[in-house]
Write a protein that binds this ligand. Structure first.
Ligand SMILES: NC(=O)c1ccc[n+]([C@@H]2O[C@H](COP(=O)([O-])OP(=O)(O)OC[C@H]3O[C@@H](n4cnc5c(N)ncnc54)[C@H](O)[C@@H]3O)[C@@H](O)[C@H]2O)c1
Length: 248
């Protein structure tokens, strides 16, 4: 028997955006399951409606096991939010190692394949579901030195669009969000190795946003809640720019 509340899984739950997404979803009365490499910093928030798991989402067997347990316990998986990700320090291509390229592709792209593949059978079983992936405005409005990160975010968007057409007959909607530069710890990791991080934040990132400020995690959480909701019931295969106009 399925519980009455909707059940939403969030990866990258311990991150800047992930934590805001958990908060907004809980305020909307959902049951939320958060996955991250370490959820220790969130442990005191665990409750009847918030389950937390230390999971490396690149470990397919572990992800499958956690998703199966969630479905067994609640009888439903309504939403999946992929908010996991890693940054690339701005680096000329000739200095980027193949290991760094592979690491970005694994965490930012392969992880999406693993979590989505794990969630879809449960959504198909109930003929309803919504998947939201956090990509990046840099996929369409690039900055120099971020070529691997940008490629990974372009792949994330294409993957979502491919799934949107594949899963539409099952009433599963798949959408992407492109955040602009956002006020989380990740932002400083995009600076070049010897750059002054605070200066880069103010002079490069804030300056690049027409609306004049960094994106707040709550801005992303609001967009996630919309895309998961019935208000977006005819929205699939789209990319919502939450970037203060950075993409213009
Ligand atoms: N911060 C920005 O400026 C910005 C801009 C555009 C897009 N984004 C994207 O938004 C998303 C969220 O970023 P954020 O700013 O919250 O970053 P963040 O670094 O605060 O959070 C990312 C989280 O992902 C987790 N994670 C990384 N690898 C993992 C793995 N293998 N298994 C499980 N968890 C893992 C990290 O532990 C971290 O908690 C990312 O996809 C990022 O690329 C961020």
């Amino acid at each position: 028997m399925a519980v009455d509340q909707q059940v939403v899984i969030v990866t990258g739950a311990g991150g800047g955006m992930g934590q805001a997404i958990l908060k907004h979803l809980l305020e909307q009365g959902k049951i939320v399951v958060g996955l991250d490499l370490s959820v220790a910093s969130l442990a005191d928030r665990e409750s009847d409606v918030l389950q937390l798991h230390d999971v490396n989402v690149l470990h397919e067997d572990k992800v499958n096991e956690v998703f199966q347990n969630i479905y067994d316990k609640y009888g439903r998986i309504d939403g999946l939010v992929n908010a996991i990700g890693i940054a690339q320090a701005a680096t000329p291509i000739e200095d980027v190692s193949i290991n760094e390229w592979n690491r970005l592709m694994d965490v930012n792209v392969k992880s999406l394949f693993i979590t989505t593949k794990a969630a879809v059978p449960y959504m198909k079983a109930r003929k309803k579901g919504a998947i939201v992936t956090i990509a990046s405005i840099s996929a369409v409005r690039p900055r120099p030195g971020l070529q691997a990160y940008i490629a990974s975010k372009g792949a994330a968007e294409s993957f979502s669009r491919g799934l949107a057409i594949e899963l539409a007959p099952h009433q599963i909607r798949v959408n992407t969000i492109h955040p602009g530069p956002a006020d989380t710890q990740m932002l400083s990791q995009f600076a070049a190795p010897n750059a002054d991080v605070e200066q880069t934040k103010q002079e490069v990132f804030v300056q690049s946003v027409p609306l004049g400020r960094l994106v707040a995690p709550a801005d992303i959480a609001g967009a996630v809640c919309y895309l998961l909701s019935d208000a977006a019931s005819m929205v699939t295969g789209t990319t919502l720019h939450v970037d203060g106009g950075r993409g213009l």
